[in-house]
Design a protein around this ligand. Sequence first.
Ligand code: 3PG
Length: 201
Amino acid sequence: MIEIFKKSPVIPVLTLNDINQALKIAEVLVEQGLNNLEITLRTPNALKCIQAMIKKFPSANIGAGTIVHTEQLKQVKDIGCNFAVSPGFTKKLVNEAKSLNIFYLPGASTPSEIIQLLELDIKFQKFFHAQNAGGYKMLQTYANIFPDVQFCPTGGISPVNFTDYLSLNNVVCLGGSWMVSNMDYPKIKNAAQLIMRRLRI
Ligand code: 3PG
């Protein structure tokens, strides 16, 4: 999974409630090469949106975000999600993901949380909320302190600073919603194209 994330290291984080809108956004993003998509479980129809997206874009790597209950891990596994993401973690969530055999990216922001995840053998962690938790400079520091840990920073990342994060050796990929901050499809396409251009530099 880490290799798949590396190939398309900007992961749009989508909060969607309308299936048609979800399919249109996924089409625009995947067409531009943003093949890894995280859909948050924050709306009543999130699971239905994810299900429709997986069906229509089987080659995209689609996962669910904002997992806060163990039951959600089974739900997203059952509808075919490739991965599940949490803003934080509990031992219960980590164990449930292991027993369901779904790729799980739990969140941490402090040294103690990172160490607790290491104790659970999780070396790829979401760094959340990236900007408020110290930004890419904090991750630079963590590279020295935790050389074995790789991160997916998410939260507050923008078109201005995403390449700073990606330039760090301990950053595999990052998540953000800036490219879909409005439901204007031409604007989303432009934002995705801009990301792809910056990734090629
Ligand atoms: C989220 O919580 O929706 C994600 O972390 C994305 O955060 P962002 O909207 O600040 O990019």
